[in-house]
Design a protein around this ligand. Sequence first.
Ligand SMILES: *Cc1c(COP(=O)(O)O)cnc(C)c1O
Length: 372
Amino acid sequence: MTTAVPLVDVKASYLRHKEAIDAGMREVVESTAFIQGPQLKAFEAQFAAFCGTKHAIGVGSGTAALHLALAAAGVGPGDVVAVPAHTFIASAEPITWLGATPRFVEIDPQTGAMDPVALKDAIDGVRAVMPVDIHGRPADLEQLSAVAASAGVPLIEDAAQSHGADVVKADGSVVRAGGWGLAACFSFYPGKNLGAFGDAGAITTNDDDFAAAVRKLRDHGRTTKYEHEIVGYAHRMDTLQAAVLSAKLPTLDDDNARRVELMAGYEAELAGVGDLWFPPATPDRRSVFHHALLRTARRDDLLAHLRAAGVGAGVHYPVPLHLQPAYASLGHKRGDLPLTEAWADECLSLPIYPELTSAQQAQVVDAVRSFF
Ligand SMILES: *Cc1c(COP(=O)(O)O)cnc(C)c1O
């Protein structure tokens, strides 16, 4: 059976922005400024303005952003970095690349994000804290920042899923994802809320020195073309990707608003159906719903039912990082992070993207209802 409603639809996004994307890419091709061309600088300024930060630095991927941010923060061999296990493995890999060790911190069962109380219990000996804005909702950044600050260590936000999400602080001011801690890391993987035509990412920060360090590290530690002050990386964003992202950024706020509307639709239409549970809203931490996530004890059967009905459902993520074979050397076992494990066992993501039509959404809702 063909998938009548895909989980994400990158093609629909391209078609909606086709004119601007094609024109932007043509301009780069004709100028042949493929590496760090003027379109990259333009996108960096636009994305910093979008996030409300002083700097945005375009890099090769979200994973590269995490790698560079941790390196620029001084994380190195023997260090420990606090990170959740309910996330994509890229949140932890760069910690390992730098010779450091991830310390997996339990989640808040209402949101799936790092629990500030669990962080407090785990903070001893930690060199940096990396919460993840999982599924598009900012982690409890105000509380997590306070725990990190009291331990005197930097917070680096994994904002790979939360472009445009925001937090209303206790004092009433609003800070968008990207504006927290020492720095934040974004991914522009094609299926993300802001997606490139390949790999791309960005680091945002309000710290001038940190921004300069990241710019140097991303480009071979260069000061001039053939002077290399430090050993750096080849973690630049292609100019072509910057052109694609600049073409799509102007509609991102509206696109996120459509995701919020679609999520509200799912919650309204599926309230009280079977044992379905939706993570409750947090009015002071507004999600951009990268995933339309729900939980059910019958997850695997519902998943099979939806796929048979032509509905592209997904699981984000089925195996928490502490139980991944890649991290077997850390010696974790099932039961070490029970709230994280329960989330992984029960979570399911329904299709969500700005171009999803009301008719398509009705089809998804019918398919879920018919299962229960
Ligand atoms: C997508 C993602 C990443 C990695 O981004 P890439 O651009 O694919 O390298 C990191 N962390 C989280 C939470 C992600 O969702």
